[in-house]
Design a protein around this ligand. Sequence first.
Ligand code: GDP
Length: 460
Amino acid sequence: MDAFKTQLRGLGRHAQQLAYRSLDQHLRVGITGLSGAGKTAFLTSLVHQLLHAQETHLPMWQALHEGRLLGVQRQHQPDLTLLPFDYEGAIDGLCQSPPSWPPSTRGLSEIRLALRFVPARGLKRQLTDHLTLYLDLVDYPGEWLLDLPMLSQDFAQWSAQQWRMLTSEPWDRHAAPWRARLDAVCDDSVDEIAQGYAALLSQLRSELAATYLQPGRALLPGELAGTPILAFFPLPPERFERSDDPLRDLLAARYDAYCQQVVKPFYRQHFARFDRQVVLLDTLGALDQGHAQIDQMAQSIQAIMQSFHYGPGSLLRRLFRPQIDKLLFVAGKADHITVDQHPNLLALTDSLMGESGRRARFSGGRVETMVLSAICASQQGQIDQGSGVVPVIRGLDPQHQPTTRFPGEVPKRLPSAGFWQQQGFDFATLAPPRLERPQSALPHMRMDHLIEWMLGDKMR
Ligand code: GDP
C-alpha cells in the first residue's frame, strides 16, 4: 500500500486528482408512489435532513454518527431537460404562518446533492482524505409504472382487458354514461370522448379509490397534457370483428405511439438509470377508506412490482437493462398512528406485497419495507378516560385547531370486510408543523434509517 501511495505521489498533482476523482461515486435514486402517497413531502424532508444533517437528529446514519460527514451541498442538476424539484418552494410553505404542505408531484423532477465524506476504511481511506458522493433524486408519479403491461399487449388485447373491467362491478355503473357516449362517436368527437375517458378514470380513482388505471398519463399527463398521443381509449369487442373501421385504426395508431414514444422512453431514459428505488405507500389512508380501497392498493402494489421483476429473459431486462440494486417500500405518514402500532403497519404493508414482493429479483439486491414519517406532524401522548391509559396522538387539524385522537389498531394483514364494521380506523389529515427558519430541524420519524438504507454502503 505504501508503495502504491508513493507511486501516486509521483504522478503529479493533475493525475492524482484524476485518480481520486475516479473514486467519487454517483447514485441515482427514483422516488415514486401513487398520487397522494407523500412523495413531495418525503423528498422535501430527505433533502432537508441531508442539507442540515449536522443540526438534525439522525442517529442511525453511520457516516454522520462516526463524524465522517464533512458537508452536503446542492448542485446543478445533471439532466437539463427535467424540471428542478422545487425544494425552496416546499420549505417556504412550511415556514409560512400557518404552514402548508408542499404541492403534490405532477410529473418528473430532479435535484442533485453532493455529499463530502471521509471514507471509513480500506483502500479509499489510504488514497484520499475525503470523497464526494453525488446523489441525484428523481421524483415521478407511480401511475406511470402501471403502464408497463401495455408494452406486451396490442390495442385489441388492451381494449379487451379494459372493456372487461369497464363492464363489470364495481366500475360498470360509473362507466355506463361514458360507454353510451362512445356508441355515438364520430370523427369530430374522438378527442372529446378521450377527454371523457380521462375524466372517467379520475372519477374511478376518487370515488372507488381505483388505482390500476391505464393509461397512467391520462391521470398525470405531465408535459403531454392536451396532446393527441394521450387521446385514445378502449373499444368494445364488436369493433374488432369489423374488417374496416377507421376509428379503430386511429386509436390503435395512437395506442402504439403512446407505447413507443411515451412508455418506452420513460423506462429507457429514466427507469433504467436508477440505482435505487423508493416506493411510497399510503397504507394508512387506504385502511381508513375501507376494504375495497385497501384491496385496490394491494393490486396496484403488485402491478407496480412488475416493473421490478427483471429476472433473466424478462421483457424489462430485454428492453431496458435496469440496474436497480435496492428497492424499498415505505409505509409513510406513520405519525398518524401511535408508535405501538408501527410493527403492525410494517406487517400489513408486507402482507399487501404478497407473493410478488418475495419474487422480485435484482442483481444481488432485495426488497425491503420500512415505516416512517417524512414530516412528523404529531406528538405521542397518553390519556386516561377512567378505563385505563390509552396511547394517543396530538397535533393540529387542517384548520390548525388542536386535536387528540386514538386512531385505532392497525391490523397485521389484509382484514376481512368485518374489520370496518366492528372497529374501523380513524385517520385524520394533520396540518404540517411550522418551521421557524428554513434551516430549523424538520421533525421526522426514521428518516435516519432511510438515509442509512440509501447511502450507508456508498459512504463506507
Ligand atoms: P404526492 O402526491 O405523492 O406528492 O403526495 P404529497 O407529498 O403531496 O402528500 C400528500 C399529502 O399527504 C400531504 O399534503 C399531507 O397532507 C400528507 N402527508 C405526506 N407525508 C406526510 C407525513 O409524513 N406526515 C403527515 N402527517 N402527513 C403527510
